[in-house]
Write a protein that binds this ligand. Structure first.
Ligand code: AMP
Length: 201
């Protein structure tokens, strides 16, 4: 049935993921694209880091995994995302950065979205070279003092990504959702390419 209100809302609705290995520039690009689309950029890593700084119970738990380069358990992460997606600002769209990262999280997100009677619109994939990424992350560790940006933890995070997160790309590829963008270009060029990918060019 045609419902002008719903149609207008869904025309502007954007439910997006940004995926890529640690250091691909997901966070930087997510903030830019989300702002252009007037939707929240939701970074699970940022939410965990805010909890670590605030010394909450969740933060203490998350830190024990983050410092080793391991993933925080799915049940904890899924509950956190479920409550974030229930907030008012996420009702007309969102750009999830760093979630889902495991097949279990994909399933949990599918359930959350079907509960909201909606689906994903696209999965933006930043393609980068691993050696370059290690260099970027070592630099970020020095600049931002991130405790998980030491060389040993970076290598572990890249391994965990390859084992647990890279397989998700196939899942979303089969659904026809993946839009690949070269993440090795300059920040502005990557933003422009993401914009074009979203416009379907
Ligand atoms: P990020 O800032 O996205 O690189 O995330 C930093 C760290 O937070 C990761 O190395 C994990 O320890 C944790 N983390 C972030 N997102 C997730 C997730 N979706 N599932 C499990 N752990 C996560």
């Amino acid at each position: 049935m045609n419902n002008p209100t719903t149609d207008a809302a869904s025309a502007t609705a954007r439910r997006l993921l940004i995926v890529g290995p640690p250091g691909a520039g997901k966070g930087t690009q997510a903030v830019r694209i989300a702002e252009e689309l007037s939707i929240p950029a939701i970074s699970t890593g940022d939410i965990f880091r805010a909890n670590v700084s605030g010394e909450t119970e969740l933060g203490v738990l998350a830190k024990s995994y983050m410092d080793k380069g391991e993933y925080v358990p799915d049940s904890v992460t899924n509950d956190m995302v479920r409550s974030r997606l229930a907030e008012g600002d996420a009702q007309r769209g969102f750009l999830l950065d760093g979630y889902p990262r495991t097949l279990d999280q994909v399933e949990a997100l599918d359930e959350m979205l079907s509960g909201l009677d909606t689906t994903l619109d696209a999965v933006l994939l930043l393609v980068v070279e691993t050696d370059e990424v290690v260099g970027r992350l070592v630099e970020r560790g020095k600049e931002q003092g991130r405790s998980d940006d030491t060389e040993e933890t970076i290598r572990r995070r890249l391994d965990v990504y390859a084992e647990q997160t890279a397989p998700l790309i196939d899942v979303y590829e089969k659904r026809g959702l993946v839009r690949r963008v070269d993440g090795m270009a300059s920040i502005d060029e990557v933003t422009a390419a993401l914009r074009e990918a979203l416009a379907g060019r």
